[in-house]
Design a protein around this ligand. Structure first.
Ligand code: LLP
Length: 421
C-alpha cells in the first residue's frame, strides 16, 4: 500500500503533483511520503498486537537514515536498529530514545561499542565470541553491565537474493548454534555482560512466512536445548526482512507474518522485537528522474536519464526490479526500452527492456520502491552530487536533504595534507 496515485496519467504523491515537485526541486529527486511510512509502521504494530504479541519495533536505520524520516518514526514510538556508530549518532541527533536502540553489526569497533555503552542502548546484538569479551571489558571499565543478545545464525534459507541472505550457515552473520552454546557458557563468566536476549535476522525482501516459521522454530529449539536459557531470555528479536511490492502485489500483509508466528510464540514470555527497514519505508519513496537523451543503438532503444547507479544502486547490484512509469500522460505504442543512467558503466541501468510508450527528452519518470536502500546506498561515482530528498506530509513538500553541490564533493580534498581522522 502507498499514497502514490495516478490521476489522468499524472503522478500524485499524497495529492501533490510529482511534476510540480520535479520543477520546484529539480531531478534526480527522492520523494518520500510521510503518510505511507506511518501506515506501514502502524500496520506492523497492530498486526502483531492483534495476535497478542505486542512488538517493540526497532526501525532499521540502514534502509533510510534521513533525519526527518527518523524523527517521524521516533514520534510514532519506534525504536531503532543501528549497525554503526554513525547510525547511533543519527538517533542522538534527533533526540531519539536510546533505550529503544538495538545494535547489530559484525564489526563493532571499540570506539563504537564505547559510544553505545555511553548512550545506554537497550541491547547489543553480539555476532562473535571475541566481541562479547570486548563489550564486557569496555563495560567493566565504565562500571556497567551491558545487556546483550546472542545473534544466532539459524541456518535457514529465506529464499531471497544471495547478497541479502544473512541467516545461512555460510553467511558471515551471527553465531552458529554449536558455538553459541560455548559463547553462552563464556558469557556467564564475563562480569560486564548479561545475556538477556536472542536475535536472528534471516535476510531481506522475504515474501513468504515459511522462513520466519522455520527460523523461530530453530531459535526455540535452541533456547529449549540450553538449560536455564529459557528463564534468562527476556527478548526475542526476529530482525527485519518483511518484503514489499516491487512488481505488483507480491508482498504479504503484516498480519500474515503475525498470524503464522503467534502459535509458536504466544505462550512464551519474551518481549518481541522486530527490525523492519524496507517494510516501513520501501514503498514510501520514489526517485524522480528526467530523460536527458533518447537514442537507438542496434535493435535497442535507450532512455538515458539523469539518475543512475550512483543514485539507485539496487538494479545494478542485485538485478532488482523497480517499476518505472512516466509521471505525465503520453501517446504511442509501447516500445521495449532500456532505462539507463548517465554513468560510464554498462551496468548502469534503472530498468532493462521495459514496455514503455515512446519517451521524449525532457520528460520525467518515477522509479518506484525507492524509499529503502535507495539514498542510503547512493554515492558520488563520476563526481555526481547526490540527489535532494523531499518529504511530503499533509499536502506540503519540504526538502529534508538539499541537493549536494560540487563544492561539497571536493571540500575534504581541499584539506589534503591534514591528518586523516
Ligand atoms: N536487521 C538486521 C540485522 C539487518 O541486517 C537488516 C538488513 C535489517 C534488520 C533490515 O532488513 P529489512 O527489513 O530492510 O529487510 N541493500 C539491500 C538490503 C540489505 C539488508 C541488510 N540488512 C537491498 O537493497 O535489498
Amino acid at each position: 500500500m502507498d499514497h502514490f496515485s495516478y490521476e489522468q496519467g499524472r503522478l500524485l504523491c499524497d495529492g501533490v503533483p510529482a511534476t510540480g515537485l520535479a520543477e520546484r526541486f529539480g531531478t534526480p529527486l527522492y520523494v518520500y511520503c510521510a503518510e505511507t511510512i506511518r501506515h506501514h509502521f502502524r500496520q506492523l504494530d497492530s498486526s502483531f498486537r492483534a495476535v497478542g504479541l505486542p512488538p517493540l519495533i526497532c526501525y532499521s536505520v540502514k534502509a533510510n537514515s534521513n533525519l526527518s524520516v527518523l524523527s517521524l518514526l521516533g514520534e510514532l514510538g519506534s525504536g531503532f536498529d543501528v549497525v554503526s556508530g554513525g547510525e547511533l549518532r543519527r538517533i542522538r541527533e534527533i533526540g531519539g530514545d536510546t533505550s529503544k536502540v538495538v545494535y547489530a553489526g559484525v564489526g563493532k569497533t571499540e570506539e563504537e561499542i564505547a559510544l553505545a555503552l555511553d548512550a545506554e542502548i537497550r541491547l547489543f546484538n553480539v555476532e562473535a565470541p571475541s566481541e562479547l569479551a570486548r563489550i564486557s571489558r569496555l563495560a567493566v571499565a565504565r562500571d556497567r553491565v551491558a545487556r546483550v543478545a546472542i545473534r544466532l545464525n539459524p541456518d535457514v534459507d529465506p529464499g531471497t537474493h544471495r547478497y541479502i541472505t544473512t541467516g545461512k550457515r555460510e553467511n558471515k552473520f551471527g553465531i552458529d548454534r554449536d558455538r553459541a552454546r560455548a559463547v553462552l557458557a563464556e558469557a556467564a563468566s564475563l562480569p560486564g555482560v548479561e545475556v538477556s536476549g536472542i536475535h536472528v535476522h534471516l535476510g531481506s525482501q522475504i515474501t513468504d512466512v515459511d522462513p520466519y516459521v522455520r527460523g523461530v522454530e530453530a531459535v526455540l529449539r535452541f533456547i529449549d536445548s540450553v538449560p536455564g536459557l529459557g528463564e534468562q531470555v527476556r527478548s526475542l528479536d526476529l530482525g527485519g526482512g518483511f518484503g514489499i511490492h516491487y512488481l505488483g502485489e507480491e508482498a504479504l500483509p503484516a498480519h500474515c507474518f503475525a498470524e503464522a508466528l503467534a502459535p509458536l510464540l504466544k505462550d512464551r514470555p519474551f518481549e518481541l522485537i522486530l527490525e523492519p527497514g524496507r517494510f516501513i519505508v520501501g514503498n514510501a519513496g520514489v526517485l524522480l528522474t528526467e530523460v536527458i537523451t533518447v537514442k537507438r543503438s542496434g535493435e535497442r532503444v535507450f532512455a538515458i536519464c539523469d539518475a543512475g547507479m550512483n543514485d539507485l544502486l539496487r538494479p545494478s547490484l542485485y538485478d532488482s526490479f523497480h517499476r518505472i512509469v512516466p509521471i505525465e500522460p503520453g501517446e504511442g505504442e509501447p516500445l521495449l526500452t532500456d532505462v539507463v543512467g548517465p554513468i560510464c558503466e554498462s551496468g548502469d541501468f534503472l530498468g532493462l527492456e521495459r514496455e514503455l510508450r515512446p519517451l521524449a527528452e525532457g520528460e520525467r519518470l518515477a522509479v518506484f520502491g525507492a524509499g529503502a536502500y535507495g539514498f542510503t546506498m547512493a554515492g558520488n561515482y563520476n563526481t555526481r552530487p547526490r540527489a535532494a530528498e523531499v518529504l511530503v506530509d499533509g499536502g506540503e513538500a519540504r526538502v529534508v536533504r538539499r541537493r549536494e553541490r560540487f563544492e561539497d564533493l571536493i571540500a575534504l580534498e581541499r584539506e589534503a595534507g591534514e591528518p586523516a581522522g
